[in-house]
Design a protein around this ligand. Sequence first.
Ligand SMILES: Cc1cc2nc3c(=O)[nH]c(=O)nc-3n(C[C@H](O)[C@H](O)[C@H](O)COP(=O)(O)OP(=O)(O)OC[C@H]3O[C@@H](n4cnc5c(N)ncnc54)[C@H](O)[C@@H]3O)c2cc1C
Ligand code: SF4
Length: 561
Amino acid sequence: MERNEAERAPRDSMDFDVVIVGAGPAGLAAAIRLMQLAQEAEQELSVVVLEKGSEVGAHILSGAVIDPSGLDSLIPDWRSKGAPLTTQVKKDRFLYLGAAGELALPNFLMPPLMNNHGNYIGSLGDLTRWLGEQAAELGVEVYPGFAASEILYSEDGSAVVGVATGDMGVGRDGVPKDSFTRGMELRGKYTLFAEGARGSLTKQLTADFKLDEGCQPQKYGIGLKEVWEIKPENHQPGLVQHSFGWPLDNKTGGGSFLYHYGENLVSVGFVVHLNYENPYLSPYDEFQRFKTHPAIAPIFEGGKRIAYGARAITEGGWQSLPQLVFAGGALLGCAAGMVNVPRIKGSHNAILSGKAAAEAAFAAIQDGRSHDILAAYEEEVRTGAIARDLKPVRNVKPLWSRFGTFAGIMLGGIDMWANTILKGVGFGYTLKHGKPDYAAIRRAASARKIEYPKPDGVLTFDKLTNVSFSGTNHEEDQPVHLRLADPNIPISVNLPEFAEPAQRYCPAGVYEVIDDGAGDPRFQINAQNCVHCKTCDIKDPSQNINWVCPEGGGGPNYPSM
Ligand SMILES: Cc1cc2nc3c(=O)[nH]c(=O)nc-3n(C[C@H](O)[C@H](O)[C@H](O)COP(=O)(O)OP(=O)(O)OC[C@H]3O[C@@H](n4cnc5c(N)ncnc54)[C@H](O)[C@@H]3O)c2cc1C
Ligand code: SF4
């Protein structure tokens, strides 16, 4: 089949009451709540969830210390139903790291909202798998391995009426192969977008409906994580440890997390705020270096790393929440950015937002409505439990960005205490974030080069070895899903101006500048390694990279991240 002929071939179409994009906590919570309401009302309802990962949970990466408030309100008996969250938090520890030592911050200095008492440590990927089973049992059609790659609009373009899955079996050159299969249209009275941080369709909807007019730019971090099985004598089940400081300098925001859970498992990770300035910084290598700190390295002695991955995390919080609704649909969870930054928690808000969107959509469908605005959902997010969680911490990230780690965290702490004492009102102001993350990067000529130590293969690993622990796999003969608006920019602009930072910010070694010394450097994209973290889409200084969905089922196959 010719390329144009294939693109014009008609697509099969299926109608549903609600179409949901993304089987993360937000999307699955929406699906579950819709079915619960339909059962209570003894009403038929058709709900479909599309998931680009090969199975539910395959693309989920989180800490995770989970605040159960979302689950409690969605499935009150989740504990007796066997949800995979069994390790309760027993101890919180906060460290400020210097190059050779550490300072433990007394817990009484921490605002009460930072307390993890009553929370659970586990794998959000496993919890998501369990939510997927609950949704399927209630009659939701869950389709893993299907990426939503196109938004369907009403004829006049004013409303979203569904999505289409991508065509399969297209070669790298864009020409259909023998295995070509046309994508499918899934049409719904309402379409809920729950793609997580920096969703590819969410990005397009935000531009089309100008959803971010009037709010602050979304801010992000890149989170890198390994799961380790450690020696029993080093394991302290229920310990939650966070650090900030070394190896990052005072101007670069971020820090580590280290959670002990399950059978001798430790989840260790490092977040670097993507408004970092130095183009020579490599978040991956900062993470590896962090593990070598004398207060950290002994934990891993005799242990083994069993999984690796990376994912962007939203950090804009309250003032970056875009308009959540548009005709025919809504943004849920981290597609809109609902992470409480100082708590590093967003999964509870993702679940609460899914539940709220489902309640608004179900009421609308019962009223005979479709393809209009779910105002009740926006209202609930802006006045309910999510607002009460995000508002009191809204100034922590801007203070950190403005004053650096040491002073910024102290000022953020004072701000949070003021909010605690004055019942969420605090000092009454809301600070702005300023410029988007990509605009923070400095010219290479004025930046300090950073030499990272070589990995030892025991405690620290090179990128490509670690990527093999993410289970990442893509069909190689397919169009590159990292689309350059201008293919010349990496070498003609990004290399001379910013030493092409994609080589360092990508946690999977996808971007390389190949220079054979003949003065003709070449930009190479190893798309098959991509772990779908979305950092390139966020941080490219020229905003030249557009991440689009590859064939469904491709990407990481995280076991329990
Ligand atoms: C390093 C790190 C540590 C974190 N630690 C914690 C923590 O300790 N506690 C906590 O509560 N939160 C934590 N968070 C935040 C938490 O993970 C998120 O708030 C939460 O995952 C958001 O849920 P979501 O459903 O909105 O999105 P996601 O969990 O990102 O799920 C989105 C799903 O949609 C799928 N998808 C995306 N686009 C498409 C498409 N076009 N078609 C089909 N499928 C698609 C994805 O594959 C994915 O499965 C952390 C995040 C990171 C990155
Ligand atoms: S190519 Fe982009 S999305 Fe993929 S792993 Fe690298 S930075 Fe992340």
